[in-house]
Design a protein around this ligand. Structure first.
Ligand code: 17E
Ligand code: FE2
Length: 419
């Protein structure tokens, strides 16, 4: 396959990308390889080519359950957890039901150019049904998507006697990443203990770590310092992710200054979920209401890795969502005051390379000769316009084959003045 006249994300000029079998064979300046071949040729007309989008944080076992058994009244994180717990008792689902919901969401993600996903799975449920379902989905979807699974003790690791046992079982069954939710434990001490335990298990079982960390508007919720401090001591920061960290929006600047000293050294990864947390946070505030988004701009300015994710597609926490990360970028840039030129033109880093770093898959990720031919083409010739118009994904190519193709919308205006 030959992709002609591509703009490479972040680079000037036009390029011809030749794909042989499942690999990127060559990337040459557009003019130099104009000769006709009998292989499939697509003229990209200057549209941008990027590596596939990375969704670093979704809950595929929760998708498409909003409203069952009831809708959230407060819109808060904690009511979401309550509703999910009620649902587990009231709604009986088979493993296949869960798989079906997950695959419906995956279809939305693939449509929007995502090929790499990290999903959390609730392992507070003694049947571990969700985990079993997603372990099967992970194998079945492999030709089209890489799925990482986080074992999340959604109802707390130490709130029930079998929490730790279930987490270990999940890791032994094949979960890739150790999860945690320290701000939901009953005491500060249990929260700290749950973070230590997650890192201890990650080392023992050779797994990554992704903690739901400080997802609360409480300026006293300070598990991030525990996570970063322990990651630094163990020297495994690059394998650690702090998700949400919304309390950071409420920390004093004096404390944040101190915290950032540790973050710069620890080199852990951050996932910000701007749509989900704009919706979930600030719910106890009245006005003025806090945004409840972690300090994305400040983290990036200090060379700390941050990526954006969606978190939810119609679940007890968040009633909307269709898998589209471009919409998350749009919301995130606004909510984080990153709507200046320099941030706009680099914004797609937040759902590509920064996500790949978080998932520890940077090796082999990116448009380079010799890499696996995994890439997307978006409907825009400039990075700036891509963000402004929320450009759609025209092609998603995986292992050298077009797996998703979308025709651009066409508008006709019968207004002579404007035609
Ligand atoms: N679980 C949680 O603790 N927080 C969230 N935002 C979601 C699930 C979606
Ligand atoms: Fe989450």
């Amino acid at each position: 396959m030959l992709l002609k006249n591509a703009k490479l994300y972040g680079q000037e000029g036009k390029w011809d990308i030749s794909i042989q079998a499942d690999q990127i064979n060559s990337i040459k300046q557009a003019a130099s390889s104009a000769e006709a071949t009998d292989e499939q040729t697509i003229d990209l007309k200057g549209n941008i080519v990027l590596p596939p989008y990375v969704e670093p944080h979704i809950h595929l076992d929760y998708v498409l359950t909003a409203g069952t058994p009831r809708w959230s009244q407060s819109g808060s994180v904690f009511e979401g957890i309550e509703i999910w717990s009620e649902r587990k008792q009231l709604v009986t689902e088979t493993k296949d039901d869960i798989k079906k919901r997950a695959l419906t969401a995956i279809k939305m993600q693939l449509k929007h150019g995502i090929q790499h996903v990290r999903t959390h799975v609730d392992v507070s449920d003694p049947t571990l049904k969700g985990l079993k379902a997603l372990l099967e989905v992970k194998e079945e979807i492999k030709p089209w998507m890489d799925l990482q699974i986080v074992a999340l003790p959604q109802e707390g690791l130490y709130t029930k006697p079998d929490g730790e046992e279930l987490l270990i079982k999940a890791l032994e069954m094949g979960a890739d990443v150790v999860g945690g939710i320290p701000h939901y434990e009953l005491t500060r001490e249990d929260g700290v203990r749950s973070v230590f335990k997650a890192l201890e298990l990650a080392v023992k079982y050779d797994k990554l770590v992704d903690i739901h960390c400080d997802e609360i508007d409480d300026d006293q919720s300070r598990y991030l310092e525990v996570l970063a401090g322990e990651a630094l001591k163990l020297g495994i920061g690059h394998r650690i992710t702090a998700s949400h960290t919304t309390a950071m929006a409420s920390y004093s600047n004096a404390y944040t200054y101190k915290l950032f000293q540790a973050l710069r050294k620890a080199k852990i990864n951050f996932v910000s979920l701007p749509k989900a947390n704009l919706h979930l946070q600030g719910r106890f505030d009245g006005h003025p209401a806090r945004r409840g988004i972690t300090r994305v701009k400040e983290l990036l300015a200090d060379d700390i890795n941050v990526c954006f994710g969606l978190d939810s597609i119609m679940d007890p926490w968040y009633p909307l969502g269709d898998g589209n990360l471009m919409s998350v970028v749009d919301t995130g840039l606004h909510a984080c005051h990153m709507t200046d030129y320099a941030h706009i033109v680099k914004a797609l880093d937040l759902i590509t390379i920064n996500g790949a770093k978080t998932l520890a898959i940077e090796e082999g990720y990116g448009i380079k000769e010799g890499h696996q031919a995994n890439l997307i083409v978006i409907d825009s010739e400039s990075e700036y316009e891509a963000i402004r118009t929320q450009a759609s994904v025209l092609y998603s190519i995986r292992n050298g084959k077009i797996i998703v193709e979308t025709k651009p919308a066409e508008t006709t205006m019968n207004i002579p003045l404007l035609s």
